[in-house]
Write a protein of this length. Structure first.
Length: 273
C-alpha cells in the first residue's frame, strides 16, 4: 500500500478534513497541521479544555514506557500510529539507553511519510525503518517490520493513543490480538487509550458527533474494555492506571499539569509470557 501519487511522486495529503495525527501535532504546539485541524481541535477544546495537557501527558507516558522497556533489555521496538515526529522520538529515548536498538515506525497518514527522514536519523549502531500502512493491515506491518526486527527475540510493541480511533466494528481487538501474538515471549505491549469514564454522557456524545461529522472515528473505552486488550498477557505493575500514574518517577513533570489533575486516559504495559 503506497502513499505516493504515481503521477507526481508526492504524498496525497487531504487538507479538506481534519486528521488525528495533525490534530495531535496542533495540541502539542507543532506546525505540521492545517486550519481544518486547528478548527477541529478548538471545537474539542470547548468540550475538554485540558486536551493539550492530556496530549503532553500521553507523550510523556510513551517516553517513560520506552525508557523502562529498554532498561529491561529490550532492543527492538515496533511503534504503530507513530504520528508526526516530536522530539524526543521513541528511537531517541531507546537509543540513549542502548545505541544498538532497532526501531520500526508505522503510520498511514501521508504527512508522517513526509517526515520519515527525521524519524530515520538514529545511532550508527542501531537501525530504524518506517512502514506506511494502516494499523488494521497487520500482516503487511509484520512482514515489513520483519525485515528490521527479529520477532524470535523480545520486541516492545507500542500503540500510543491509537486504539480509540478504531471501533469494535473496525476490529480493534483483532488488531491487538494479531500483533501481540507475533513477538517472542519476554516482549512487551505498551498501550494508552482515551476513556469517557470521567466525562458526562452528553460531552461524550457531542465529541462523537463532531468526529463523525468530520469523517473520523472516536471510540473511547472504559477501564474494563481497555483492560481486555491485555488478555493473555502479564500486566506490569502498577497495571492499568491513568497515564500520569504509570511510573511517574521515570520522567519529568509535564508542564501545565497541576497537582491532583486526572487525565481521561488509561495506560498500561504488559509482558508476553
Amino acid at each position: 500500500m503506497s502513499a505516493l501519487d504515481g503521477a507526481s511522486g508526492f504524498p496525497r495529503i487531504d487538507t479538506s478534513r481534519p486528521h488525528p495525527a495533525r490534530m495531535y501535532d496542533w495540541f502539542l504546539g507543532g506546525k505540521d497541521n492545517y486550519p481544518v485541524d486547528e478548527a477541529m481541535g478548538r471545537q474539542l477544546m470547548a468540550l475538554e479544555p485540558n486536551i493539550p495537557v492530556i496530549t503532553r501527558i500521553n507523550r510523556a507516558f510513551m517516553q517513560r514506557a520506552t525508557r523502562w522497556a529498554a532498561a529491561q533489555g529490550v532492543r527492538q521496538f515496533l511503534d504503530i500510529g507513530t504520528g508526526i515526529p516530536t522530539e524526543p522520538n521513541l528511537h531517541q529515548v531507546a537509543q540513549r539507553v542502548a545505541p544498538e536498538t532497532r526501531v520500526v515506525y508505522c503510520d498511514h497518514d501521508p504527512i508522517v511519510l513526509t517526515h520519515a527522514e527525521a524519524l530515520l536519523r538514529g545511532t550508527p549502531e542501531g537501525a530504524i525503518d518506517y512502514v506506511q500502512a494502516d494499523a488494521r493491515d497487520t500482516e503487511l506491518i509484520l512482514e515489513r517490520a520483519g525485515k528490521i526486527l527479529d520477532f524470535g527475540r523480545p520486541v516492545a510493541l507500542s500503540m500510543i493513543a491509537l486504539l480509540h480511533f478504531l471501533s469494535d466494528e473496525d476490529g480493534a481487538q483483532a488488531v491487538v490480538d494479531r500483533l501481540k501474538a507475533a513477538p517472542a515471549p519476554g516482549s512487551y505491549v505498551v498501550l494508552s487509550h482515551i476513556t469517557s469514564d470521567f466525562h458526562s454522557a452528553e460531552v461524550t456524545r457531542e465529541a462523537d458527533s463532531k468526529y463523525k461529522a468530520s469523517g473520523l472515528t472516536l471510540a473511547p473505552r472504559s477501564r474494563a474494555a481497555f483492560t481486555r486488550f491485555f488478555e493473555g498477557l502479564d500486566l506490569v505493575e502498577p497495571g492499568v492506571v491513568l497515564a500520569e500514574q504509570w511510573h511517574p518517577e521515570l520522567g519529568e513533570a509535564v508542564p501545565g499539569q497541576e497537582d491532583g489533575f486526572a487525565s481521561p486516559m488509561y495506560a498500561a504495559v504488559a509482558r508476553v509470557p
